[in-house]
Structure formats: structure tokens, C-alpha cells
Design a binder for this molecule. Sequence first.
Ligand code: NAP
Length: 316
Amino acid sequence: MSDNKIHDVIIVGSGPAGYTAAIYAARAGLKPIVFAGSFTAGGALMNTTEIENFPGFPDAIMGPDLMMKMQAQAEKFGADVRMEDVTKLDLAGDVKTVEVEGETYKTRSVILATGAAYRKLGLEGEDTFGGRGVSYCATCDGFFFRDKPIAVVGGGDSAMEEATFLTRFGSKVHVIHRRDELRASKVMADRAAQDPKIEFEWNSVVKEIKGDAQLQSVILQDTKTGEERELEVSGLFIAIGHDPRTELVKGQVELDGDYIKVNHPGTATSMSGVFACGDVVDSVYRQAITAAGTGAQAALDAQHYLEGLPVPGDLN
Ligand code: NAP
């Protein structure tokens, strides 16, 4: 519901960046509202399995568990977390407006932590076979492909993680990569390479997705010879990276390529009182821990801004 108050800070997006910003802002007494998203609350880690490299969890932690702990920690300090989608932002001026499904909120500062969305292959059939064989989330959908052949597209850490996880279910897991060398980190690549259920389809791209009611096969094209062949699969998991979610702020804050531009090492954007953190600003590291780190920075920067203190990198 809308209110007539002018809030200190509204955080758009959850995930490690948004929730860490919320923990810091709440502990600073700023009573942040977090619009966490209706479908995407918790961000990309809600779709991952074990996280082995987040400090403090030597025995690993499941992605959704970590996000629920971060949310609980933010709420414990007074953050108001709402599973709602922001539909419009007006970021100009000293008082910004945030629209959420028809309701309007006013705030003196905004922290953007909108993350990044799954990248699609852009093939015909990719959307129509969604829920019928094509998926972007092994943890969500892997179970449906028990004892069936599965393929994963991509050569990065996400693809290795998905492929390794999917070996629990599939009769075979084919990793389709467009080159003959993986982008994934050594530890993840080695784990996949040593798994007897995983088979690599090197120098291959998916050209066509085939099936009737359900996905039945994909046509692969060799990137070197141009040759085509059919691979029978019941599940196709696409793990080719993510695109930063900037649609709400395009035309309002400066972008750097696809990402929101911030004045490193700070989180100030080109718009006064607007800060950005996490995957929506990061084309390089894209880790849960680095997203959390920039979330903390954004909250500290917003706090300084609200107190009229200098903000690192704020050129406004
Ligand atoms: P990524 O590192 O950008 O890898 C994307 C992969 O998809 C690349 O191998 C790329 O091929 C391929 N690709 C991109 N567009 C394609 C297209 N149109 N058709 C076919 N293939 C395409 O993305 P990511 O794997 O999602 O990882 C993102 C970040 O998250 C990384 O920093 C990664 O380390 C991190 N991450 C970490 C973990 C973990 O530590 N547990 C798990 C997942 C992700 P090329 O190699 O040829 O470019």
C-alpha cells in the first residue's frame, strides 16, 4: 500500500547485494523498504545448489538457505522486505518515486540491486518448449528428467554446476559448448570432466530444438566444419550467462555497455541519491561475495548521502 511518507532508502531487488544493503541500511536506522520481486525474490542464488565458496560456510550452504538467512538477518534489524515488483522508477530530483503494482512510494535515496537475468539462445522453439523440456534452472527442473538424456548448453561455471547436478537424474548429460576449451574455473571444469555421466560436445551450437508435446532432440552444428547432427535429449538446460536487468532505469542513469555505470570504487550512479550494486554493475567478478560486498558499499554510500557527507565517486 502507498504511504505519504518520504522514506530514507528504498532497495530494488534482493539477492546478496540487495539483502546486504538492507542489513547495513537497517542497522544504520534507515528503515529500508526492500522490493524483493514477486518471482525473482532472492535472486539467482535461489536457483543454485551448494555454494562452496561463500566465506563462513566450510561445509557449503544451499543457495536458497543462504538467501533466506540474509533476508532474516535484514528483517531482524528492521528492513521491510516485500515480495513485490517495482514497475516504474522516477529517479530525478531530491525525492524519487517508486511505483509498485500501482502504488507509489517516495524516497530520498534508491539502491538498485536488480541483478541479471538468464540469457537465452534466441532460438525458435526456445520459449514454446519452456516447461516442456527447455529450462534455465537445473535445481528447479532436473527432477523431471530422471533416467533420460539431458543436455546443458554453455562452457562456464554455471554450465558445469548445472551439468554436475543433473548427473543425479539424467541417464547421460551432454555439455554443448561452442568452443573446444571451457571458460569455467579449473575446479568446476575438472569435476565435470571426471564425471563418467558427462560427455562434452565440443565446437557445437544448438541450431534447432525439435519435439512434439515434449522436447525430443536438438540439431547441433559443428562450429568448425558446419556439419549438422541430431542429439536425442529430453531436457535442454541453457546456462550461457546472464544479462544485467536495467530496463527500469534505462534513460535515467548512465550505462556502461549493458551495465549500470558507477564511479568505482563507490556505488554512486550518474543520478544523485541513486546507488547501484551487485550483478547489475559487475561485468567482471559476478560472485555472491562480491555482490554482497558492493551491497554493503551502496548502503554506506546512501547513508553518507543522506547525512550530507561526501560520497566516494559521487560527481553530482
Ligand atoms: P559465463 O562465465 O559468462 O559463461 C557463459 C558461457 O556460455 C561461456 O562458456 C560462453 O561461451 C557460453 N555462451 C555465451 N553465449 C552463448 C551463446 N549465445 N551460445 C552458446 N554459448 C554461449 O557465465 P556463467 O557460467 O553464468 O558464470 C557467470 C559468473 O558466475 C562467473 O563469474 C562464474 O565464475 C560465476 N559462477 C560461479 C559459480 C560458483 O563458483 N559456484 C557458479 C556459477 C557461476 P564462451 O566461453 O565461448 O564465451
